[in-house]
Design a protein around this ligand. Structure first.
Ligand code: KIV
Length: 258
């Protein structure tokens, strides 16, 4: 997978699959399972670091995790988030930091949050041959302004304008987060770049989920997250079995010993 191929999927009518990954174990497994793209999301601030928002995540942390993920995959497109305040100051700051991410991680593209308000920055990134994915709708880095992470965005004119502005500025794709399905459908029919939805209904050109959420590991269960497996119970039960077997002498058995 590469950026042009990711874009062509929309013309071919192939739904794109995207999941988040932050380490080698998960990146290699999801890649082997056939995922189209892995997003090293700044959601790592919450699901890996245990913080309440994505805002404290640093550029160095994204580069650290991005390099691990990019090195661990054979096929998937790897996109790394530009974290809070690493692109908002100026387009120059954005080019410098996105350049570091591509150069130091080996990933294919970066993602930033915003549409129309970031169009100048997207333009500068695209003109510097730094493929960029936009992110409109609910933007977690704007949680202080929005009030809460679960705020569904319903301003149709603004949302369509954001996605169109992102495309016109040169974004290769756009994430649509927490917007009504009808608006996501309108955007997907309006722009020619792939729309990747999260909580944006079935009409997007692809879907993304935060991997630990969809496997029931975080306890975060909003309406838009389907639980595809219950790894929390599997790991919890396995751990308790291990504790019991070590304590009662069942493990290690003779076959586990030299
Ligand atoms: O950081 C992230 O994981 C994201 C997805 C929710 C799209 O931006």
């Amino acid at each position: 997978m590469n950026v042009p191929e990711f874009q062509r999927a929309k013309q071919r009518g192939k739904k794109l699959t995207v999941l988040t990954a932050y380490d080698c174990l998960w990146a290699s497994l999801l890649d082997e399972a056939g995922i189209d793209a892995l997003l090293v999301g700044d959601s790592l601030g919450m699901v890996v670091q245990g913080k309440t928002t994505t805002m404290p995540v640093t550029l160095e942390q994204m580069i650290y995790h991005g390099e691990i993920v990019a090195r661990s995959v054979k096929n998937a497109l790897v996109i790394v988030d530009l974290p809070f305040m690493t692109y908002q100051v100026s387009s120059r700051q954005a080019v410098k930091n996105a350049g570091r991410i591509l150069k130091e991680t080996g990933c294919h593209a970066v993602k930033l949050e915003g549409g129309a308000q970031q169009s100048k920055t997207i333009e500068r990134l695209a003109a510097s041959d730094l493929p960029v994915m936009a992110h409109v709708g609910m933007r977690p880095q704007s949680v202080r302004k929005l009030g809460k992470m679960s705020a569904v965005q319903r301003d149709e004119d603004q949302l369509v304008a954001d996605a169109v502005a992102a495309e016109q500025a040169g974004a290769f794709s756009v994430v649509l987060e927490l917007i009504p399905a009808t608006i996501a459908q309108k955007i997907s029919e309006t722009v020619s770049i792939p729309t990747i939805g999260i909580g944006a209904g079935p009409h997007c050109d692809g879907q993304v989920l935060v991997t630990p959420d969809m496997f029931g590991m975080t306890g975060f269960k909003p309406r838009f997250v389907k639980q595809f497996a219950d790894l929390k119970s599997t790991i919890f039960d396995g751990t308790q079995k291990y504790i019991a077997e070590v304590q009662n002498g069942e493990f290690p058995a003779e076959k586990h010993s030299h």
